[in-house]
Write a new protein. Structure first.
Length: 201
């Protein structure tokens, strides 16, 4: 039996209410600890190291990428997108990178991919099938299918994937040649990094 739209909305509202309550409770604890430590240090929005990190949204990288690279709060801007990939002539990830370069003074970009990335097993076909099963219309799916194919299907193992992304950014007409681009692979299980592409290569 299919659930009515009103019931679905009520279900979502209930889940969101519990999640919102969780967030609020955690925030009260966070603020309590922060106040006990004299408050949060005031940090400028421009990254001290003039660095942007383009990395994956994988949950295993939370609180791992920055310390593994020796970065503290305020030292870099971090852009997260599945697979750490930018494939369109313009998308929100590239837009964020342009803001980092032209508004925040970024001069170096580190593309950080990781072992066992879920995007290796993600395909346009698989995404389209799951969207259709969730009730997304065929028309809407077909409208974005070419973008999904260009974005998801070419993703391979981390080393060739990061090399491809580095070359794309180095050749991107909107990013000045003065910006240095690095390619790094990280193991999410232990935090060890491997510099795949140095800016001098």
């Amino acid at each position: 039996m299919r659930m009515c739209a009103v019931c679905k909305k009520k279900g979502k509202a209930g889940r969101m209410s519990k999640l919102a309550d969780f967030f609020k409770a955690q925030n009260r604890e966070f603020l309590k600890v922060a106040r006990g430590q004299g408050g949060l240090p005031q940090i400028d929005k421009k990254p001290v190291r003039k660095l942007a990190v383009l990395t994956c949204m994988d949950t295993r990288l939370l609180y791992i990428v920055e310390p593994a690279l020796g970065l503290n709060r305020g030292e870099a801007v971090v852009i997260k997108v599945a697979g750490a990939r930018i494939t369109e002539a313009f998308d929100s990830a590239l837009g964020s990178l342009l803001v980092a370069v032209y508004e925040l003074g970024v001069t170096d970009v580190a593309v950080v991919v990781h072992d066992d990335c879920g995007m290796v097993h993600t395909t346009a076909d698989g995404l389209c099938e799951k969207m259709a099963a969730a009730g997304v219309s065929v028309t809407d799916i077909q409208a974005i299918r070419p973008h999904l194919e260009a974005w998801a299907d070419p993703v391979g193992e981390p080393v060739p994937a990061v090399r491809d992304m580095v070359q794309r950014l180095r050749k991107n007409p909107y990013i000045p040649d003065s910006v240095q681009v690095y390619g790094i692979s990280i193991n999410p299980a232990n935090g060890k990094i491997h510099v795949v592409e140095d800016s001098m290569e």
